[in-house]
Ligand binder design. Structure first.
Ligand code: LLP
Length: 415
């Protein structure tokens, strides 16, 4: 996270002290670095030089309009999983012609809206979805561009909740079914087969599962070519992991280098759907220590962020690094559980951390740019945090902190 660095013993976001951002916008507050987002996107672009490709940033990882607009300006495409995400991409200035639509449960309205917007490709995940999409396209006198999402039954070696390429997962169609479905798709007037898609999971830290999935998809691709079904667009999904603690995931260069070696003789457009590897390490969550208490042997630092802001530790037992923004070595280090104000024992951000902190201190939860705000909620009627994008020495309020009025506005008491 080189765009978040210590300068004069205080943690900065690019050229701005994080303590200044906390003063100005309050806490909890997510802070994103434009330079980091751009660098992570460029890492992919550079690895793909000389190869026909489309990078479709997975909007679900962080869907703030400011983040999307940074990537749209870089020329990025977008991987969406809902009509809401399509609306966000369009509002952020993204090009619908570079949008691919993934997901197992696309509604009639969502498919219709995506067809109207002229998206690049639907990643179809079932026979019924294919049939429905065909009907909607015919009603509109259009042909829907389609990839089938195949499920290669490969173990991604990641947390079971974020593994998607095993046959017990709900995603994609088995290799056997895909063969049949491609033949069927080939007969449908409203469907134009353009590609094949495969996404096996998230936070992958080795290349081997990607290559195993690639082998299986290429086998099917070749079989289909023999039947006259020609596929020109190969989507290998997202899933590249990042470093939260001591993981050593491959770089985009290493992953794409290995994939390109396998694809060398083929003229395919390579599509990628990276989410986490673009934005996780482009963001932090600022939170203040509101109270310190002990229960027997256990020492708790109660912070003003909670599981509604950052659910990854509670949901996936994820380890997120936490550091003081203004380190003070004069405070003796103690072991803390960092917990939020929510009424659940599962409301923790980090456990058993050695920290030199006292009440009122400002902390940064690192690697919080992906799947944090995007998964936040109003549980316990907590206002969702502010989001700020830093660009050099400039600050852009990407989302203002919610108010209670915002939350109550959508509801009506019984009169
Ligand atoms: N494409 C598809 C079809 C996906 O389902 C996903 C993520 C991605 C791309 C992007 O994967 P990435 O490059 O970000 O790994 N909330 C979880 C992660 C859920 C991932 C869901 N799918 C977490 O916080 O770890």
């Amino acid at each position: 996270m080189k765009n978040f660095h210590f300068d004069n013993n205080q943690l900065m976001a690019e050229d701005v002290p994080l303590s200044q951002i906390a003063e100005q916008f309050g806490t909890p507050c997510f802070v994103y670095s434009r330079a980091a987002l751009e660098q992570h996107y460029r890492d992919y672009e550079e690895a793909l030089t000389g190869c026909q490709h489309l990078i479709c940033y997975a909007v679900k990882a962080n869907s703030n309009l400011a983040v999307l607009s940074v990537l749209a300006k870089m020329g990025s495409g977008f991987d969406i999983v809902s009509g809401g995400e399509l609306a966000r991409v369009i509002a952020a200035g993204g090009d619908p012609a570079k949008v691919i639509f993934s997901g197992v449960g696309k509604s009639h309205e969502e498919m219709a809206a995506a067809l109207d917007a002229g998206i690049q490709c639907f990643n179809v995940e079932s026979a019924l979805e294919l049939e429905q999409l065909n009907t909607i396209a015919l009603e509109k006198n259009l042909r829907a561009p389609v990839s089938l999402r195949v499920n290669p039954d490969v173990d991604a070696g990641t947390h079971p909740y974020i593994s998607t390429g095993l046959k017990e997962n709900k995603f994609g169609v088995s290799m056997e079914d895909a063969r049949v479905l491609y033949r069927q798709a080939n007969t449908l007037e409203g469907i134009e087969i353009i590609g094949m898609d495969c996404h096996i999971g998230s936070q992958l830290t080795t290349i081997a599962p990607f290559l195993a999935a690639l082998d299986r998809t290429l086998l099917l691709l070749d079989e289909l070519a023999c039947e006259g079904i020609h596929i020109t667009h190969l989507d290998i999904g997202g899933g590249l992991g990042v470093q939260y603690k001591d993981e050593t995931p491959p770089s985009p260069q290493e992953l794409i280098g290995a994939v390109r070696e396998v694809l060398a003789e083929r003229s395919l457009t390579l599509v990628l759907e990276p989410g986490r590897s673009i934005c996780a390490n482009a963001g932090v969550l600022l939170t203040r220590v509101n109270n310190i208490k002990t229960n027997g042997e256990h020492r708790f630092a109660i912070v003003d962020a909670a599981m509604n802001d950052i659910i990854r530790p509670a949901l996936y037992q994820a380890w997120m690094d936490v550091v003081p923004v203004l380190p003070n070595d004069n405070i003796p280090a103690q072991t803390y559980d960092l917990v939020g104000p929510i009424c659940e024992s599962g409301d923790f951000i980090a456990r058993q951390r050695e920290l030199s902190i006292s009440t009122g201190d400002l902390l940064a939860v690192k690697s919080a740019g992906a799947y944090c705000f995007a998964m936040s909620s109003n549980y316990n009627t907590r206002n969702r945090a502010a989001e700020v994008l830093v660009d050099g020495s400039q600050l852009h309020l990407a989302r203002r902190r919610e108010t209670y009025q915002d939350q109550l506005a959508l509801e009506t008491p019984l009169g």
